[in-house]
Design a protein. Sequence first.
Length: 405
Amino acid sequence: MRKFSFFFLILALLIFFQILHPQNIDIDELKRKVSEIGKLPFIKDVPLKEIDKNYLENFLESYFRKEYPEDKAEREERLLRFLGLWNIDRKLNSLRKEVLFNQVVAFYDEKDSKSIYYISFKKAPFSDLNSMVLAHELRHAIQDQHFNIGKYFYGLSDFDDRGLAVLSVIEGDANLLMLQFAGIEPSLFISFSEKMPLANLNLTPDSQNIPLILKNSFIFPYFSGMKFVYEIFKRGGWEEINRVLGSLPSSTEQIIHPEKFLEIRDEPSDLKSFYSPGSGWKLSLSFVGGEFFVSTLLENFNINERKTASEGWGNDVLNFWEKGDGKFIHWATKWDSSKDAMEFLIAVKSYLQKIGFEEKEEGKYYALFSKPDERALISFSREGVEFFKSNDKILIEKILKERKE
């Protein structure tokens, strides 16, 4: 979700560590300070509208119908289930809406009204927090007015690495401005957030049952994004941050490892690998997973090597095909070195074993895995690893034969 801000995640940390120093000022002064801190003016005024939870619920229903229709959500859910990342009896779409309804207290509508909508905090300990919430959202309005950042998300899956990297800058930027507006030292907040296991933060009343892939995709932009933006700030202040908003990172690898963006910019490598399973198969989803997706997949199955296995990422494309009840994944990856490729290969083997596969055959450049109703194949070279998984056993055997020839 592109425009919603998870303030309860952030405010919970601020209140817990007693470092919150909110300010209660009028809106004109608030806008002036947001512009002054971030070194960018408003191009035009931004209306602010106070709403209640009923309005938010209706807005989310409308938003999901237009921006995240049921068909798209069902395709993403089927992929996640096929990978073993979604094992709960809940629909992806309904759980997304529940998380947003529980977490969102303000949002900037960059598509239609160009307005900020917020739920006013009336009771302690939130009585004076409106100014912080609005400072964050006003910065989003400035981002939109100067850089039209929403254009980067059109057509991308919510799990796409490219969109997640951009979202991390957008939210990290607004979080940093919010902290500075409140007089909070960003390094102190970052230190506190690193000590608290973010995966344990409550996104809903039943937060323990939220799959890790969804939880991480919500949390990552706000915390990893701010760490990234703060590294930029330390090098060149808000002027440098504003320059980056005009030349955004292209991968979560650059967010996780800021030196790969700030020093010699490590862009994704060329990757031309594409495999079509043949007649009758429909491409349901195609996206770049990135270091974030690799790391989360391995973390989900408690694979100890996930950090080393996800680092050294060069590029990837994950294609998910369907034909009736048939499912087929082709995940092509490229790595910075043969060592990085081998680390990923070993981790993928561990992942397959965790979800019930047994290794049946291994050759010089491939490994075949099996369980009663599925087959998986790993094909590898010096710098690339291809992963195939299907409940069509004949299809995997066909690919294996091609790889042997």
